[in-house]
Write a protein that binds this ligand. Structure first.
Ligand code: HIS
Length: 413
């Protein structure tokens, strides 16, 4: 019998863990500095929670069944679970609530044959109870601060607006809206040309594909589409947000806290999660010409009411950073540790009568500073082999201990 993990599952070895922790610790510090508290929700949820009123497709969830025949699944993301927790378990709290998480998620992919990954890690935040421009900007500045803390070099923010995009798509015949949506999401001009649409609608779809680029240009183009009042208000909001971010950034760049945010406005940006009601965004890292999405999020002002016992409406906005993708990018940038943390000391009892003295010395070392790593040599090796072991493992020093407690310290070459 060969014991393999199930297809798509992951084991993280010590070096992976060291790199993952490096990222997580930096993010956690930023989250704390911005007033966020950690929340841990259940990995397992009822399917109806996970699907968030149809915003998340059943087919993307790994489903399970328990003895009570409940319809359960492994969370594919955390926003729905946090929305559920906030309104069902945190009654009486004052808003806004600032919550962050660091957790694994499971996403079912159809291409299992190639052992496509199904378990991922995300670190993210949810800001609950505040709608509007200030909260939007606060979240995006927090996002920029996270990326800065990681030392991510070249990245840009793709910013869209779910309501505007949704309403632009509504102009298409209902039975084709799904196809148009997917073609636009994939920037697929060929499909758009081949769809049975009037010339006018094809042109509209092409314009939508072009609603991507420098914010000022895109805002001008979208205004030419003759939007109705509420949508024009959403466009104006977007404009105000971009201005606020650039202004805040200017202040940042003059101090040592330049956030270096470049914004690409993209009104064709469509997220597969369909609970968004306002701004949506992706962080794209662009290293060596290779673009990779390392985070995403947006505003969801009608998600919490789905779970609220009285259907009360509480707005929300948040983002998730995708830890595997960040790890890949940071690895190629050379920021991450290349080895698991080294051991500082190997404490070697010279014979049986020195065991107690060795444990006492190891304890003294461990108590001396909280960052020290100390191993006891467990025997079975001669002096040369011990030196070789210490050098292979990059251990800095050996402490040879005699029964009377006398110690010889030897730096490892
Ligand atoms: N949960 C979303 C990201 C997000 C957090 N908050 C809002 N959106 C995702 O996994 O893509």
């Amino acid at each position: 019998m060969v014991y393999q993990p199930p297809a798509g599952a992951r084991d993280l070895l010590p070096l992976d863990v060291a790199q993952k922790r490096w990222i997580e610790e930096r993010l956690q510090q930023v989250f704390h500095r911005w007033g966020y508290h950690q929340i841990i929700t259940s990995t397992l949820e009822r399917m109806d929670t996970l699907m968030a009123g149809g915003a998340i497709q059943r087919s993307t969830v790994i489903q399970l069944q328990n003895a009570e025949d409940e319809d359960l699944g492994l969370r594919p993301e955390l926003t729905a679970s946090i929305a559920r927790t906030a309104v069902t378990r945190m009654g009486g709290v004052t808003y806004p609530q600032r919550l962050y998480y660091n957790a694994n998620v499971f996403q079912r992919t159809r291409e299992l044959k190639h052992n496509r990954q199904q378990e991922f890690y995300q670190a993210g935040v949810e800001l609950l109870g505040s709608g509007g421009l200030l909260a939007d900007a606060d979240i995006l500045l927090l996002l920029a601060n996270c990326l800065q803390a990681l030392g991510l070099q070249r990245w840009y923010l793709v910013l869209g607006e779910a309501e505007i995009t949704r309403s632009l798509i509504k102009a298409f015949p209902p039975h084709l809206q799904g196809k148009v949506r997917s073609a636009i999401a994939h920037l697929d001009r060929i499909t758009i040309d081949s769809l049975p649409l009037t010339d006018e609608l094809k042109e509209r779809a092409r314009i939508m594909l072009d609603l991507r680029g420098n914010p000022a240009d895109v805002l001008q183009k979208v205004s030419s589409l003759g939007l109705d009042e509420p949508l024009q208000a959403a466009v104006n909001n977007l404009k105000a947000l971009v201005e606020l971010l650039y202004e805040s950034e200017k202040i940042g760049t003059h101090s040592s806290h330049g956030i270096g945010m470049e914004i690409i406005l993209d009104l064709s940006l469509i997220q597969t999660l369909d609970y968004y009601t306002g701004i949506v965004f992706e962080v794209v890292s662009d290293t060596d010409g290779q673009a990779r999405v390392v985070g995403r999020g947006g505003r969801y002002d009608h998600l919490l009411e789905l779970y609220h016992p009285q259907g009360e409406n509480i707005p929300g906005i948040g983002f998730a950073l995708l830890l595997e993708d960040l790890q890949q990018v940071l690895l190629s940038g050379g920021q991450l540790p290349q080895t698991a943390p080294p051991i500082n000391w190997l404490v070697v009892p010279e014979d049986k009568s020195a065991y107690t003295a060795a444990f006492t010395y190891a304890k003294k070392l461990r108590d001396s500073t909280h960052l020290v790593r100390v191993e006891i040599d467990l025997g079975g090796r001669n002096t040369d082999e011990i030196r070789e072991y210490a050098s292979d493992r990059n251990i800095a020093q050996i402490a040879w201990i005699k029964a009377d407690g006398s110690t010889t310290i030897e730096p490892v070459v």
